[in-house]
Design a protein around this ligand. Structure first.
Ligand SMILES: O=C[C@H](O)COP(=O)(O)O
Length: 252
């Protein structure tokens, strides 16, 4: 954790979640006010559930976000969703440049930057993802890769209020594997140095196999200001347990 920075626990449901799962969002929403003094909570369901999710979260401390957005606000882009559309559904955040988007859709750093800037234009907070592959880590390229992604993906005009960085090692996503606490700390120290002059106090999340049983240790690493949670966020109990492990009694 970083003194003076309010933690954020974000859940990314990815391409999971039918209406039958909406009860999990309701459970998190109902519990969110009790956690609100100590951390921010965000769930990013699939786009099909965004509007009903914001309805369930209305008048609670739970925020709802999108998982991706197109760089343009509208137009002939079949199947895409714009940041303006997410904002119209009362979403407050959107993820940009998740490694699954980068891999499945060939998203470049420049496109990720454009998406994050589109998020800002729509009044959304952008969560910009960076992270190395297993091959890159084994070749000692982690810091170089993360630095390059950050430089290319960070939106112009990024501030601590409108942008969050999520460090997600690709090899740790959905595998049950995590870097050592020292390795997480090394990357987060680097991200802090790189962002501090540009956007002091920017929140730096760790993502990749965060579970209730490892969240406390990971959140104890310096410069880790919260988590981007995939699989464990599908279940309200698991997500709330991670939030409990992240919450800081003296959060600003
Ligand atoms: O966006 C979330 C991350 O990709 C982490 O996913 P995971 O917690 O299932 O490893």
């Amino acid at each position: 954790m970083t003194p003076g920075i309010r933690p954020l626990v974000a859940g990314n449901w990815k391409m999971n979640g039918l209406r039958a799962r909406l009860g999990e969002i309701k459970r998190v929403a109902d519990a969110s006010d009790a956690l609100a003094p100590n951390c921010d909570l965000l769930l990013c369901p699939p786009a099909t559930l965004t509007y009903v999710a914001t309805t369930l979260a209305q008048d609670t401390a739970l925020c709802i976000g999108g998982q991706d957005c197109h760089p343009e606000s509208s137009g002939a882009h079949t199947g895409d969703v714009s940041a303006a559309m997410l904002a119209d559904c009362f979403a407050t955040h959107v993820i940009a440049g998740h490694s699954e988007r980068r891999a499945d859709h060939g998203e470049s750093d420049d496109l990720v930057r454009q998406k994050a800037e589109a998020a800002h234009a729509a009044g959304l907070i952008a969560i910009v993802c960076v992270g190395e592959t297993r091959f890159e880590r084994e070749n000692g390229e982690t810091i170089a890769v993360v630095g390059r992604q950050l430089e290319g993906s960070l939106p112009v005009g990024a501030t601590a209020r409108n942008t969050v960085i999520a460090y997600e090692p690709v090899w740790a996503i959905g595998t049950g594997l995590t870097p050592s606490l020292e390795d997480i700390g090394e990357v987060h120290d680097f991200l802090r140095q790189r962002t501090e002059t540009l956007a002091p106090g920017m929140r730096l999340l760790y993502g990749g196999s965060v579970k209730p049983d490892n969240a406390g240790a990971i959140m104890g690493v310096a410069n880790v200001d919260g988590a981007l949670v995939g699989g464990a966020s599908l279940d309200a109990g698991g997500f709330l347990a991670i939030a409990e492990a992240t919450a800081q009694p003296d959060a600003p």
